[in-house]
Every structure is written in structure tokens, then in C-alpha cells.
Design a protein around this ligand. Sequence first.
Ligand code: ADP
Length: 521
Amino acid sequence: MLENARKILKRYYGYDSFRKGQEKIIDSILKGKDTFAIMPTGAGKSICYQIPSLLLEGLTLVISPLISLMKDQVDGLRSIGMPATFINSSIEFREVRDRINKAINGEIKLLYIAPERLESEGFTQLLEALNISLIAVDEAHCVSEWGHDFRTSYRCIASFIHKLPNRPIVSAFTATATEEVKKDIIELLYLKAPNVYVTGFDRENLYFSVERGVNKKDYILNYLKNNREEVGIIYAATRKEVESIYDILKKQGYKAGKYHAGMSNQDRKHIQDQFIYDDINIIVATNAFGMGIDKSNVRYVIHNNIPKSMEAYYQEAGRAGRDGEPSECILLYAPQDIMLQKYMIEQSIVSEIRQRNEYKKLQAVVDYCHTSKCLRKYILEYFGETDITDECSNCSTCSDDSDLTDITIEAQKIFSCIYRMKERFGATLVAKVLRGSQNKRVRELNLNNLSTYGIMKEYTEKEIKDIINVLIAEGYIGLTQDQYPVVKLKNKAIPVLKGRERVFQRIHKKREKAVQDNSLF
Ligand code: ADP
């Protein structure tokens, strides 16, 4: 069977070999096993169900939320000779019947539908007449409230499968891999003893970097000056910020476009097409941009603000370098952005338990911005891959221009202060106490009488908070998952407090220089 799969790969797609994981996933499906594949965006999930659709008897039903892209996807498949079609709300009833009939006759092997269609009993009855051998649930995380894109219609999938006269093989695909989401997908889609594959998260050609404390607009302009003709995406957190960056780029004569949910569908489609067909080479966008866009030559993705989760970050950053050529993923970090993301969480989520979950995910991004670890290792571990080398030599941590600085004394002072404050306050107040601030709250709470009051006078509050963030990212300090998180000491801090272990921070040479220039050390 796998031999045939390879032939199809060559004949239809023109590729010589499978990518990491694809072969195992296809083999599992062809053996009739429920299969759950966790692969990042761009890793090549679609082929994993498209190829089996030709090899299995009957029809493969693909459930995909990307309605606006369905037509393009199916057109693409038809152009390489795959017998595919789609049904969504844009299709008239007579045409729907026609397409279903073609599927019954075997003229169609691959049918894409939008999940909302399963809410209509009339429609599911039509589907029951089909000989469905495989169901592929794309973007399967949409079934979970813990995922980043919950859709109620995904909850109809399991009952639909249950009603079918013969249970097909069920396969699920997602790029989201947190434990809660994984568990939900298996449970809520009723996958039967599935083979689970987590593969291909590493994108070797992507260089990852985090820039802290830079002037973001200057940074972007400087970057573009050196990469004027390259294709790139700049993500910003709000429409306002998109507009502002876009205006600056336009004034400087860049071929840039903007994209956010406040624009009309028509304008958005126009900009997207301009980008895809290389009429413009830079797009400034909110996270509304990019779902399903398969543009291979994106050379950089710059995030002007931190995203809400590592899942969102990796998906957006992963739009760079799909062609395998070296590309850069740069995240510009400023502490204010955390407040913005927290505000968005508060505004959009009511349930307290889900809010906590979102704070936890956000914290993982903040940790990413402060870790001294190899950034690639951090990402791969986050997504559950094991067996990773310690240094990738292709991220800002592993690149040469950084030095390790001993921050043991600072860490000890911070830990003692947290301890003396009885682990009841947030990082900002701890920093104020260490700095010896005259702040009203510090005095009201009598914190100015603590022995640790003012023992880090020579630092700014921001610098102390920066070190606290590093200590959080490195697992010495924990944060409660609340809107106003409280800092707590973890076991790992004890040997440092007792002077048995040292703590190091990676500092970029250029930042160290800036710090020295201000004579802060
Ligand atoms: P995903 O759905 O995981 O985001 P896609 O299925 O859209 O990714 O695949 C991303 C790109 O990789 C597509 O252009 C696809 O044709 C290409 N691709 C997939 N499998 C292979 C392969 N084995 N060899 C070369 N290119 C591949």
C-alpha cells in the first residue's frame, strides 16, 4: 500500500519523498486505524488524508473550517487531477445535490465540507447515503474550548459519525498540542484507540530571535532597509497599530499592504491577492491574516507585539520559509504588551477557569521572551517533542553575540525579598520594595520596614522586573495564574538562596553595552 502512496505522491504532487511523519500517518490510516496527527502549519498535513482518499474505497470527507479558502484549495486539487469538490453555504441546493450524486457515483473521492453543515439534519441525511470510508477533521483543535479557536459546530462531528451506517476511519489533524487540547480531541471526536503522531515541529530553516527593549518602529525600519525586496509579514496586536506601521512604511515608499478585521471583505481579499501575486511584498496585519495562506517565499515574520500563546506564535511565525529557504522569525518584546493581551483575555473570556488557562499560555510566551535557553529547544519542548539537541546555532540565544552574566547576587536578593513579603504580592511591588520606592502602597503595607527594602537601589524598577522575568522563565519563581499574578518561590530557588548554585543570564553584547553606557552596573 505504501508503495502506491509513494507513486501517488510523485504522480499527482511531483514530490520524490515523504516528509517526516507523513509516511507513518498515511500507513496508519491505510491500515484502518483512527489516527491523530499533530504537525505544525506547513508541515504537510493535507497530503496525509488526500493520498489515502485515492487508495481507499469510497469517499473521504474532509471537515474544514476554512470556508473562504475551500474553493481555492479544491481548485488546486482539481488542477493536479484529484477528484475533489466542496460544499459550503455558498453553494445552491441544486448544486449540492449534484455534487452529492457525483460522490455517490464515485466521480468524487474527496469532499470538503464546512462544519456548520453538520448542524443541518437534512444535510447529514444526504451524507448518510454516501459510502464514507475516511473522515479527516482538519484544524481539530476547534472542537476544544481549550484550543485557540473553539467552534461549537465541531461538537456535531461525533454525533454525525455515530449516525453513519458504517463507522469510517476517523483522522484528526491539528498544529495545537497542549495536553488539554489533545485530550479533548480524542474524547470529543470519539477517536478509537488512535495512533497519535507528534512530528515535524522543527523548522530548521527558521531563525528565531527575541528583541527586548528596542524601539520597535526603528527596529522595523532598520530591518526593512536591509531587506527591502524580501517578502515579509509584520504582525501587530491591534488595528490601530497595524494602521500606524502601515502608514510609516507607505511614507517611506515600501510596497506594503495592510490587513485587519475592520476592513471590508473585498479590501481584504484584494490585499491578500496582491500579496500572493507579488504586487506587494510586505503585509502589515493583525492575526486575522494568514489562515491557510500558502505563500512559500515569505522571508521574515516580525511580531511587533507578543501573541497570546506559543501556539499562535508558532503558527504565525511558521508562515515564513515554507519553501525551506533560510528565513527569520523575530519577536519584539515590550512588557506593556502583556497588559494588552491580559485585557483581551478579560474582555473575551467569561469563565474563570478558561481565563486561567489563557494566562498560563500567555505566560509561556513571556517566558519564551526571557529564557536563556536555545529558543528552538524551548519551542519544541513546549510542543511535546523530545530528543532535542541543546543548541541549534540558529536562534538569538545560540548565535554568538551573547554572553552569560552571573546574576546570582541579584537572584538571592530577589528571592529573599519575595520570601520576606510572604509570597503575597506581584512582581511590580517586589521590584518597588527592592528599589526602595517611596510608593504609597509600599508604605501603607509597611514594606519599607523589611530588611530587603532598598537593597537594589542601583537598579531601575524595569531592570529588576526584567531579572524577575528571567527568573520566572528559568523556573526559579512561579506565578499564580490570575489577572494579577502573585510571585512565589519554587524549589529550584533554594540552593541559590543557600549559595550552593549560581544563576546566569544571557545578555546580548549590544544590550550590555547600552546598560554600561548608562553606568548602571
Ligand atoms: P499544512 O496543512 O500542514 O499547513 P500543507 O498540507 O498545506 O501544510 O503543506 C504545506 C506545503 O508543503 C504544500 O505546499 C505542500 O505541497 C508541501 N508538501 C507537503 N508534503 C510534501 C512533501 N512530501 N515533499 C515536498 N513538499 C511537500
